[in-house]
Ligand binder design. Structure first.
Ligand SMILES: [Zn+2]
Length: 263
């Protein structure tokens, strides 16, 4: 039985735990940082937890694991090489994992942390025949994760790999940061019409207290400044903000990330 449904479970102030399920009621969780809302969701929807997928070691992504394993028994927890002892199936870029009749391809995306991985489902394996990407804190709607452990070169390469996925790929990131990200994006690229349009849609969704995710790779390519270092307008504003004259794509990316960190 293939994957039927992908839903989010809000956690903390702005996290999303993703819950994937099939028509028989088998479920997976991605990055359950908090056990309580995750367990409540499973119970309310009569879902049986089969496995957990982890993208990286930060507490708001792994914190709920002990309590979830306590409640749901000895299930596999897939995740990267790190110090989180609750992960019992270690995976790395190039690996694939079979769950709920679907193949999850593991992509290494170092940058936010060095251990960060993403999980990709091809169209035939995903909800509504649409490819899906679970990318934790690497690619956000309208932004990208902070560089806590990796270098700008690593993050640039990681985002580059994700941006080569098919345009319709749904981007299931782990936080509701979109409005703030787009405010910054408009500073970096004020003349981007697609970005202005996305801001309108996003403001409306947030005014109605609705989620702005998932987005798509195509929308990110059009509007996310961290995927747009080739834009001449963006290069000009970044050069001005960072007081540099000219740079490589990676240098523009590093200066853009540093500018966002300051703003
Ligand atoms: Zn994180």
């Amino acid at each position: 039985m293939t994957l039927a449904k992908i839903e989010f479970i809000p956690a903390f102030s702005d996290n999303y735990i993703w819950c994937l399920s099939d028509v028989d009621g088998n479920a997976l969780l991605v990055d359950p940082g908090d056990a309580e809302p995750a367990l409540a969701h499973l119970k309310a929807h009569h879902l049986q937890l089969n496995a957990v997928l982890i993208t990286h070691h930060h507490p708001d992504h792994v914190g709920g694991l002990p309590e979830i394993l306590n409640a749901c028994g000895d299930i596999p927890v897939y995740g990267p090489q790190n110090h989180c002892e609750t992960i019992n199936h270690r995976v790395a870029g190039g690996d694939s994992v079979q769950l709920l009749g679907s193949t999850f391809e593991v992509i290494a995306v170092p940058g936010h942390t060095l251990d960060h991985i993403a999980y990709y489902l091809r169209a035939e394996d995903s909800e509504n025949n649409t490819p899906a990407l679970f990318c934790g804190d690497t690619l956000f709607a309208g932004g990208c994760g902070r560089l806590f452990e990796g270098t700008p070169e690593q993050m640039y390469a990681s985002l580059g790999a994700l941006s080569e996925l098919p345009g319709p790929t749904r981007v299931y990131c782990a936080h509701e940061y979109t409005l703030n990200n787009l405010k910054f994006a408009l500073q970096a690229e004020p003349g981007n019409a697609a970005l202005a349009k996305r801001m309108d849609t996003t403001e409306q969704l947030r005014a109605d207290n609705l989620a702005t995710v998932p987005s798509t790779i195509a929308l990110e390519l059009d509007t996310n400044p961290f995927l747009r270092t080739q834009s001449k307008e963006l290069q000009r504003t970044v050069a001005q903000a960072a007081q540099i004259s000219e740079g490589t794509a990676v240098e523009y990316f590093a200066a853009l990330r540093a500018w966002k960190d300051r703003s």
